[in-house]
Ligand binder design. Sequence first.
Ligand code: NAP
Length: 338
Amino acid sequence: MTLPTTGRAWHLTARPDGWPTPDDFALREEPVQAPAAGQVLVRNLWMSVDPYMRGRMNDVKSYIPPFQLDRPMDGAAVGVVVASEADGFAPGDHVSHALGWREYATLEARHAQKVSADLAPLSAYLGVLGMPGLTAYAGLLDVASFKEGDAVFVSGAAGAVGSQVGQIARIKGASRVIGSAGSAEKVKLLTEEYGFDAAFNYKDGPVAEQLRAAAPDGIDVYFDNVGGDHLEAAIGALNVHGRATLCGMIAGYNDTEPAPGPKNLMLAIGKRLRLTGMLVNDHQALQPRFVEETAGWLRSGELKFHETTAEGIESAVDAFLGMLRGRNTGKMVVRLGE
Ligand code: NAP
């Protein structure tokens, strides 16, 4: 088979100040390297757009290096091996890896994980069976020390991480699961399909008031995907010895000034709250247990998931910007090929 010599890849061409615009990106033709010893060449079929990528567009020191300007961007992807110089990998194998935002990726085979389309659609390895799923699993069970009987509130509840947090809490015996999301359709999905006990649209009125009505006896665990008014409301609603997982604060990702902190943080003292930041990469040891349990819940139908699919590599930036604005239900993924 003749290998491709070029393929398209997205570059960041300017660092956004506030909300990114399509002008900050360019889709460019790049040379495709034939695999060297120990490497595979992968044709990407799916790529992920994730909130953390917004942080990588800023030139600041963080837990992950910034995207370089005028270089291919990267991120989670699933593809098919088209050429292999590595033992154990053959053309036709499906793999997940970290070189998304491009049509073809040449990488060390040890950085690729084989995935099976028999268990779930390949795109699921970017969401329910991938990094967002592990974030939900580890953030709830490990970081927040969830236990049966806890009342759990999760924000961003119709998104990839949030929808899984709420359902795992339900499956594991939460006394009450409450979610917030940004539209009436999403709120309906939470209670009617995902089995949340209560849900509200945060755009309908103050979060603190809506949370009080949804959780009259307070909450024991808060899983924060949003920050801002959600975090403040949750601190108000947490019971004594409550725990919060600080997973994301998407409400502030495009702010040009730092958002003010929660005004009621002093409540954490009297209520002896535990507020813990998390990064999913610290929880890789849970991966086998996470996959085993999640696969079981998917097979039994206890765990449901949605994906919002954008078609074609051309649509990737639009999909990323749409995800930041809430256009996704469940995981936002981009289909690059069949
Ligand atoms: P997602 O929830 O699938 O998509 C992002 C969602 O955020 C949108 O659909 C939108 O839904 C919501 N949103 C946007 N602006 C908002 C605002 N101002 N207020 C409230 N909601 C807003 O994304 P995800 O991949 O599952 O990630 C969810 C959170 O987890 C993010 O904060 C992300 O950074 C974080 N995360 C952290 C880790 C970690 O290791 N710490 C790992 C993965 C993800 P609505 O329509 O409901 O507004």
